[in-house]
Design a protein. Sequence first.
Length: 378
Amino acid sequence: MTVQDTPPTGATRRGDFAELHRRVCDAGLLRRRPLYYAGRSAGLFTALALLLVWFVVLGASWWQLGLAPLFALVLGQLALLGHDVAHHAVFAGRRTTDLAGIVLGNLVVGMSYGWWVSDHNRHHAHPNREGHDPAADSLLFARTTEQADRTRGLRRIVARYQAELFFPLLSLQALGLLVATCLTLTRGTVRYPALERTLAALHYVLATALLAVVLAPLQALAFAVLFGAVLGVYLGCIFAPNHKGMAMIGPDAERADYLRRQVLPSRNLRAGRFVHFVFGGLGYQIEHHLFPAMPVAALRPASRLVRDYCAELGVPYCEAGLVASFREILRDLRAVGRSVPADPRQPTQPTQPTQPTAPEPQAVPEPQAASEAGAAAR
């Protein structure tokens, strides 16, 4: 079970994407960067080790709450490293990739690697497509008036005020990952259930033991809550600008060609190197979706090629600053939320798009679409 890589053959290499792929290959941007990832891994694990030492030395003190956000940031970066591993940006072999991903995901971060890969695989195959992209069918946010209309009870109230609750809801992301991990490993619906269960259990046993030995009970509880909230907001803020606020694709829409299916629902961040480092390179979301196995160190130079090529084709290439992207997200969530009536007996009112809707992508002929779907599923 591996994350969708750039399909090596088939329909996605023909037509518009074929020329872009040739240009990117000629520029050497698909080569693996072992030294880059070795240095990044060494830096992150050194930071984690130093934090653990600091945690133990500081002892039972409320000043430990200052370390909780630092632990969240480092664990978030290690999760992003696991993301690159899963995309085969680090290792070529499937077994090595799975083993490294399970160690990073289950043991280090405490999240089921197998569950995440399955979820993320579907996202890459159908970004922003209702009924196909798990990220577009989130339990936390209603992305369309149709999704808002299907909410009931407390979920409906949350949908009505989802823009105002955006950041508080993101703080629940880490808890959601924990619940998904527990459910997945209980059911055993992953490739290596025994290994994943063992390493995930070891993660939480060690974390609980460390908190119990070093901190007083109330301090340990406060530390765990703050750590989980910061980690959830951090991961949520990394992934939110990528697709939220962009055009949604209906479940029955015609299947677009590979290039347009990945470019049109995606947004890049227009920011400096530090912001892109904090975002683990995923601020170049368009390039990441077009070339999932591309090392993050190559995404910046690739963005110049992709931007110019999209301009040649007349394909919209969306970029926004960090603040502007969140404004667009909140504006879109607010528009959907306002369509939810205060009286649950009244139907949800359709809303106008809060930004220009992406043009209808060119449909792929049926035989080509079928071939592409098979390639994407591998």
